[in-house]
Each structure stands twice: as structure tokens, then as C-alpha cells.
Design a protein around this ligand. Structure first.
Ligand SMILES: Nc1nc2c(ncn2[C@@H]2O[C@H](COP(=O)(O)OP(=O)(O)OP(=O)(O)O)[C@@H](O)[C@H]2O)c(=O)[nH]1
Ligand SMILES: [Mg+2]
Length: 180
């Protein structure tokens, strides 16, 4: 059978197949091939027999791409989470993330968080800056207030059926956004 690894946990590989998650271990021959399966890998596995033992992951299919830190394969797109304030927005920091992701040939969505901390003039100023990024091809998510239902629906629409990584400076609001 084939599926996609969604989690690695102390030697176990959890594989998603048709909306189900199946826990497997690596087969011995896979270890000898020096292949380290990572999250996002499409793999072949032998399902568990009915005696309560786990199934075996037998091979890793070719990767479309692979990131190193954290290790994740077959990524469709990246969400760069960038704070409008606290920490202050800086184009050079955003650009560094974009350069790395362009090098990986990933589509990018830029999400601006913490816009509630801006007054109107600063918001308008940053909106002009982000319009520049939009003109060169980036999708921008920059709501005037964070976490309004309609904006979240639009955002989750952009994530549908895509393996998306979330990245951005510490404190930018990645966890808060994901949890919300
Ligand atoms: N005012 C405001 N605060 C926010 C918003 N989003 C996140 N925060 C706050 O910013 C702080 C950092 O948010 P996190 O979600 O932990 O940031 P992170 O990107 O996950 O950070 P790391 O896990 O360190 O990489 C927390 O105190 C959040 O409550 C927002 O839209 N507005
Ligand atoms: Mg976090």
C-alpha cells in the first residue's frame, strides 16, 4: 500500500491513507539502504497482520523536494508569518525567508499578524509595502483585525489539499494563528 508520512515518533512512522492514519515501523532492509523517511514522504508499506503487530514501511518514493530544517518532503507551499509589530516589521528579514523559499521552488503566502497593534497610518503604510510584494507575485493575507471568521475562512481555503509549512521569526504568531 502507499500513503504519506504525517508524523515521526520515537521510531514509528504514522502514515496517512485515505483519511486514516496507520502506524508502522521501518523494515530492516530500509535501514540498510540508509534512507531516512521524513514527514511528507510518500511511502510503500506492508499493512499490519491481524495479530496486533505493526505494519512495515518498506520504501520511500522519490521526493519532489525536501527541506532540511525541519526535515519535510513534498512541500506544496509555505506560509511566511510576519508580525506587523512586536517584533517590528522589517523587509530585510521577510526577504531572507523569501529567498530561502524561492530557492526551494515553493509557492509562498505572506501572512501579516498583529495588525491590531497598528494605528491607521502605520497600517496604510505597511499595506503599501505589502502591495509591492503582491505585485511581484506573492499572495498576501493582511486583515485589518486578526482572526475575524471571514478572514480565517479565506486563509484556510488557501491551505486546502496542500502540504503547507509555517515559518517566520520567533514571536511572529505562528502558533497563535495555527491554534486559532
Ligand atoms: N496583539 C496580537 N498579539 C498576537 C497576535 N498573534 C500572536 N500574538 C502574540 O504574540 C506572541 C507570540 O506568538 P506565538 O504564536 O507564540 O509566536 P510563534 O511565531 O509561534 O513563536 P515561536 O514559537 O517562538 O516561533 C504571543 O504572546 C501571542 O499572544 C496578534 O495577531 N495580535
Ligand atoms: Mg510557536
Amino acid at each position: 500500500m502507499q500513503g504519506q508520512i504525517i508524523q515521526l515518533l520515537s521510531g514509528y512512522y504514522d502514515i496517512a491513507v485515505d483519511g486514516q492514519v496507520i502506524r508502522t515501523r521501518a523494515a530492516g532492509n530500509l535501514r540498510n539502504k540508509h534512507v531516512s523517511p521524513i514527514v511528507g514522504d510518500f511511502v510503500e508499506f506492508t499493512p499490519a497482520p491481524d495479530n496486533g503487530e505493526l505494519g512495515y514501511l518498506t520504501s520511500v518514493l522519490p521526493r519532489r523536494n525536501a527541506l532540511v530544517r525541519p526535515p519535510v518532503a513534498n512541500v506544496d507551499q509555505a506560509m511566511v508569518v510576519t508580525a506587523a509589530a512586536e517584533p517590528d516589521f522589517a523587509t530585510n528579514l521577510l526577504d531572507r525567508f523569501l529567498v530561502y523559499l524561492e530557492g526551494q521552488h515553493l509557492d509562498v503566502i505572506i501572512t501579516m499578524t498583529k495588525t491590531d497593534l497598528l494605528d491607521e497610518s502605520r497600517f496604510d503604510q505597511l499595506r503599501v509595502t505589502m502591495d509591492g510584494y503582491e505585485r511581484i507575485g506573492y499572495r498576501i493575507h493582511m486583515p485589518r483585525q486578526p482572526f475575524l471568521a471571514g478572514d480565517l475562512t479565506r486563509l484556510s481555503g488557501m491551505l486546502a489539499d496542500k502540504l503547507t509549512i509555517f515559518t517566520g521569526q520567533t514571536g511572529a504568531g505562528k502558533s497563535t494563528l495555527l491554534n486559532t
